[in-house]
Design a binder for this molecule. Structure first.
Ligand SMILES: [Zn+2]
Length: 163
């Protein structure tokens, strides 16, 4: 990590601050292990984020985080490189105590009050959780016509041999 982005998360929420920034994915050591960082991917894979502080929506200090990125991975079907688009949104309550009202709400996460919360690490954690375990192409997969258990069309095989 070239620089650590630390924020006071409670103050950020209470003052309803806003921050938009980006950083290179190569700074995320754990995430990089899951990515294909060869060639231009290594320099050009960028993680964009927006953080907004709020204390009205939940009547409690909270943070709203949006993460947008395109990550290079290997398609688990054809083993070609592919990009996955991620556009993620999170709500966090900033509190040291969990109230029942929000504990039962799966949409909201908790963050303890932290005057030096590492924002890059939080974003990396969320990306690690959001990454598909076995990414495959939606379309244009070079093995799209061969789903598991499906036999190749014998005529298609012949055609391939004639070429
Ligand atoms: Zn594929």
């Amino acid at each position: 990590m070239n620089k650590t982005l630390a924020i006071n998360n409670l103050e950020f929420a209470q003052k309803q601050q806003k921050l938009s920034d980006s950083f290179a994915a190569s700074n995320c050591k754990r995430l990089v292990d899951l990515l294909v960082m060869r060639g231009k991917n290594g320099d050009q894979t960028t993680i964009y984020f927006e953080l907004m502080g709020d204390c009205k929506q939940f009547r409690h200090p909270s943070l709203h985080l949006r993460i947008k990125t395109q990550l290079p991975v290997i398609c688990q079907r054809c083993l070609d490189e592919m990009q996955i688009n991620l556009d993620l949104n999170y709500d966090y309550l900033i509190s040291n105590t969990v109230t029942k009202e929000f504990d039962e709400n799966d949409e909201i996460d908790w963050l303890e009050v932290d005057n030096e919360m590492n924002l890059h690490a939080l974003i990396e954690d969320e990306l690690l959780l959001a990454m598909p375990i076995a990414p495959v192409h939606d379309k244009n997969c070079s093995k799209h016509s061969m789903q598991s258990g499906e036999k190749p069309n014998p005529f298609a095989v012949l055609k391939g041999k004639i070429k």
